[in-house]
Write a protein that binds this ligand. Sequence first.
Ligand code: JFZ
Length: 504
Amino acid sequence: MKTEHQTTHPTNCLYSPHNNRTKLFRIVALCGAALVAGIVTYGCSTNEKHDQHATPPPPPMTALPPALPAPASEEAKLAWFKDAKFGLFIHWGLYSIPAGDWNGKRVPGIGEWIMHNAPIPVTQYEQLAKQFDPEQFDAEKWVQMAEDSGMKYIVITSKHHDGFAMYHSHVSPYNIYDATPFHRDPIRELAEACARHHMKFGFYYSQSQDWHEPGGMGNTNDFGPDAIKDTDGAYDKYLREKAEPQVAELLQNYGPVCLIWFDTARMMNVNGRGEAFMDLVHKYQPACLIDGRLGVAGDYVSTGDNTIPNESQNGKYWETPATVNHTWGFRKDDTDWKSPGDIVFKLVDIVSKGGNYLLNVGPTSRGVVPQECQSNLLSVGRWLKSYGEVVYGAGPSPFGEEFGQFVKTKDHNGKEVFLARNDWRCTTKPGKLYFTLFNIPRDGMIDLPDFKNEITRAYIVGEPQTPVLIDRTNDVRVAHVTRNGPNAIAYPICLEISGDKVEK
Ligand code: JFZ
């Protein structure tokens, strides 16, 4: 029943007759809703499907809250984001089935790029949809994992470059609800779980690259050079008929959207193409943030992948998108997980430079986040449960010398090399300096940077009754700690100071 559109040439995929069936379904579902006093289930086709598949039925649908009202200012719009600091990125799609292998061969590169890198023709790649049945997917578990890991927002791939929508799109049947035996909308289920957990929820959407559509950018193997699509109207047709309507769906049907993470802004900066997406966001979800990769100015800057700036950034607020291994989409050969200590260091480092950390997981085609990766994240969460005040809502370091310095050595671009120091990081709240110590010398003596304010109190974070001795040696203030600190990952101390801000 679902094979027709998958084998159809992709040119015919937009607005297919299939939509009539979806409309009919919507009407049936609406009537059902009236009958069961507002509680809609996924309807009859689910039963039909469960005669043949072991996938458990989806949880019943519940209502989602409305979009948030327009914030009073740009500053107010960013407020939640600046407090949140730590978010979960999820790259999940058909690419989790090949998981890095195609026709028995290992395809190097990031997992979600396999269609491009192998390369796999669109007619073959779209067949993967028929196998996609992530029977262990449980939205509640994913959101719980994010919460227990100390993450405050979730951003999931609603459509990656492969063009496959991971939600029930009425714009293109090339989506998880219509084209797979799974026949569920995991994004809806996640939106509901996020609403239950007060977790912010947002979408990655690949607006420019779409390797499934003849007019989308990036698939030169099947559809020829991008420069031609850019000028012959094909690209604009794709934007009008798929990308923009899909973004509009995401903004209208999934409750409050905290941000949209657009990506790889090819050919976006002309003909008002980027602005069209911006207008949609402003129209439907005025509180929704736009990342830095739309192609026109967003609300904050996304650094290069896995790139943490050497020093604090002035100007626009920023975020580092990062992998927890070396790929975004699941690859079965990549189990090189970042350790909990490494993740905590990177998080505190980023916060001390005034940014956010958006850390990615790539669930498998069965719908699970690899166990070892989860347990590492949960260790981070346990650290944050004790010491979260160092991170959430904290401001950047008033110092800077702790980051390291440029040295005379030049790199191949003729630029001076930055030699990083990783002994401690400082984050701040009014009247408080948090020093998170990552390297305790044998004598336990930590030289504090120079500042004029009096230190009125010093203690281990979360244990104000455990004082930390501060004295002065050779005009340097020293904090005395022990090597066997409160926590093996990092030792956070708080100094309360006179005045709100550091004076140097
Ligand atoms: C993009 C995607 O191509 C990739 O698959 C993944 O989704 C990642 C989060 O984003 O890749 C990029 C985009 C921009 C940069 C690097 C990788 N950049 O600006 O450095």
